[in-house]
Design a protein around this ligand. Structure first.
Ligand code: E4P
Length: 278
């Protein structure tokens, strides 16, 4: 999702010649940027765009629902703001979905509910390279929406690199450190899933990890999307959005919690009461 060239901090000259478009990320106004670039560079056909960091990420933050509950997925989809779904073996078990046949059938149902071009993460159970590859291929063949979810272990990183070569999209899960996020991105993962809530549970700051990964990926040029996972409440969603997450995956309750404000309720009640008076 991060595209083009990124030069954090001070203005630098382009290291490579790009005929039509070079995007500069900087904290200075555009005219200052232009003054600082040598005229010769400008004449070589560069179009220089000064953007603030928020605009560099040329995509809108996506909303996924983190559940295997079909009713919750339907309810989120009906809101008109759903971009995808993440699941994991625990969420499948919670819905009583067991056995390969049932699990695959359930993934197909989820894909059908969310509709075209909405990613659905389906997690492998194997922990060895060959097993993960075999499982991942089967999952990817199931539906075009499927993104193969692979744990952050050695064999998992190998499998992600292999899936990347095959053009199979992946979500690297169980990420708890910036170092792990670098490995996932190096292997070409489409998504990296840092678990905010579980880090918070241990007394550390989960959101700090999102900020660190955002900074690292921007600086190092990794294109892996940051999928803020293990979100527990509406505030996590707001904080993840501020921290630069490309995607938030949340239980339906956290999404619905975003609606709540007592002043909205009081205000609406008054508007309707006043309307009736008139
Ligand atoms: C998502 O991909 C994860 O599986 C999920 O967010 C984990 O959330 P939890 O820590 O609330 O179980």
């Amino acid at each position: 999702m991060r595209k083009a060239l990124c030069f954090m901090g001070k203005i630098s000259r382009p290291p490579v010649k790009i005929p039509r478009l070079a995007v500069y990320l900087c904290g200075v106004p555009g005219d200052q940027l232009l003054q600082n670039l040598p005229r010769a560079e400008m004449q070589q056909g560069y179009v220089v765009v000064a953007v603030c960091p928020a605009y560099f990420k040329n995509s809108i933050m996506l909303f996924f629902v983190d559940t295997a509950n079909l009713d919750h997925i339907r309810e989120a989809a009906e809101l008109g703001i759903l971009d995808g779904v993440t699941t994991n073996p625990s969420l499948m078990a919670k819905e009583g979905i067991t056995g390969e046949k049932e699990v695959l059938k359930h993934y197909r149902s989820i894909c059908e509910i969310v509709g075209k071009d909405r990613d659905v993460s389906a997690e492998v159970i194997s922990t060895d390279f060959n097993g993960m590859v075999a499982e991942g291929k089967k999952l990817a063949e199931l539906h075009e929406n499927i993104v193969v979810k692979v744990p952050m272990i050695r064999e998992g990183v190998k499998a992600i690199a292999h899936f990347t070569e095959l053009g199979i999209r992946t979500n690297c899960t169980l990420v708890f450190s910036a170092g792990q996020a670098i490995l996932a991105a190096k292997a070409g993962a489409s998504y990296v899933s840092p678990f905010i809530g579980r880090i918070d549970d241990t007394g550390w700051d989960g959101m700090k990890l999102i900020k660190d990964i955002f900074e690292i990926y921007g600086t190092a040029g990794f294109e892996t999307a940051i999928l803020a996972a293990s979100i527990r409440n509406p505030l996590h969603i707001v904080q993840a959005a501020k921290a630069g997450a490309d995607v938030v995956t949340c239980p339906l309750s956290a999404i619905l919690g975003l609606f709540n404000h007592p002043l909205t309720d009081i205000g609406l009640e008054k508007f309707l009461a006043d309307y009736k008076k008139g």
